[in-house]
Design a protein around this ligand. Structure first.
Ligand code: PEP
Ligand code: MN
Length: 338
């Protein structure tokens, strides 16, 4: 951290800044420029947490040099980490994984049937929402525990691990009885008490980027989960809100290399929610694999026109099965299996 002083700072004020740092057990390195003085802070910056240095007389700005995230940082490990979801490895040099299933669990037959189809298409993880974050309280809210039971049945039949969203920390013990991986949705990315709660779970967490969140805000939310002891966090780019209205959100593919350079965490791309229009999702899935995504999440439905949520963006099962060889070819071209 460096402290930049005001041009008008007096010698007494600079001495006071240095004294305050030394009082805390930190060393100060004073550099005198032509018009102002810069004080470098040497030592563990945690010691400054409670000290409002920016409000000391003579201080113009306090500039942190270290990254605000420690556990998620690429430096924390020195290599990309891999998250294991019941034997399906995601991240590092593992094969790119396809996560697929309907937006919502709608019924037993629907879930079993789509689970078989996505498995035949090459998906390695089954998704389905039993608790749905809907904009309107009058829209379908999910089948709750019944939905979890249908998901678990589909897992037992197909062998695919299941991923499902948690919206309320009070549901965690129940969801943990069924699910293999938790999802934190975009709208809850900064629900810090929920993040802390899933940070104490034994299940891996797929953390979706809030649609108005920066890359660093997403990483800081992952830091909350890691800080509670849960090391199995996957970051997920799912589109951000921009001025463009041609798609539901705007898929920020630059997030993939950027998140992978700043953190050691696997990065998943969800082109479905980003694009929001069935016709353009295959192209953006291919692009996401080319950009280095560790997994791709795609919603599918056998009759999207009757889907209880997100029908306009659900792929037909045949589109999914035709897409897989294309994704594999691109993965191979960038040195990955799929
Ligand atoms: C979902 O995965 O169905 C979902 C609601 O996603 P998001 O939180 O990204 O909108
Ligand atoms: Mn959805």
């Amino acid at each position: 951290m460096i402290i930049i002083t005001q041009r008008t700072a007096t010698e007494e004020q600079i001495e006071e800044i240095v004294a305050q740092l030394e009082d805390l057990g930190l060393a100060a390195q004073v550099s005198r420029g032509e018009s102002r003085v810069i004080v470098g802070v040497i030592g563990p910056e945690e010691l400054l947490r409670e000290k409002p240095l920016a409000s000391l007389p003579g201080v113009e700005a306090v500039v942190p040099l270290a990254k605000p995230y420690k556990l998620a940082s690429a430096d924390a490990r020195g290599h990309a980490s891999t998250v294991d979801i019941c034997g399906v490895r995601i991240g590092g040099d593992a094969a790119v994984a396809l996560i697929s299933g309907p937006c919502s669990v709608e019924g037993r037959e629907q879930m079993l049937s789509i689970a078989r189809l996505v498995k035949d298409s090459g998906a390695r993880i089954l998704r389905g929402g039993a608790f749905k974050p809907r904009t309107s309280p009058y829209s379908f809210q999910g089948l709750r525990e019944e939905g979890l039971r249908f998901l678990a049945e589909a897992r037992n039949e197909t062998g695919l691990p299941i991923l499902t969203e948690i919206m309320d920390a009070r549901d965690l013990p129940m969801i943990e009885r069924y699910a293999d991986c938790l999802q934190i949705g975009a709208r809850n990315m900064q629900n810090f008490s929920l993040l802390k709660e899933v940070g104490r779970s034994h299940l891996p967490v797929l953390l979706k980027r809030g649609f108005s969140a920066t890359h660093n805000e997403l990483i800081m939310s992952a830091e909350y989960i890691l800080n509670e002891g849960n090391e199995n966090v996957l970051l997920c780019e799912r589109g951000i809100r921009t001025f463009e209205t041609g798609t539901r959100y705007t898929l920020d593919l630059s997030a993939v290399p950027i998140l992978k350079s700043r953190t050691h965490l696997p990065v998943v791309v969800d082109p479905t929610h980003a694009v929001g229009l069935r016709a353009f999702i295959p192209q953006m899935s291919v692009a996401a694999v080319a950009a280095g995504a560790d997994a791709i999440m795609l919603e599918v439905h056998e009759s999207p026109e009757t889907a209880k949520s997100d029908g306009q963006q659900a792929l037909f099962p045949e589109t999914l099965s035709k897409l897989l060889p294309r994704l594999r070819a691109v993965a191979n071209a960038v040195g990955r299996d799929l």
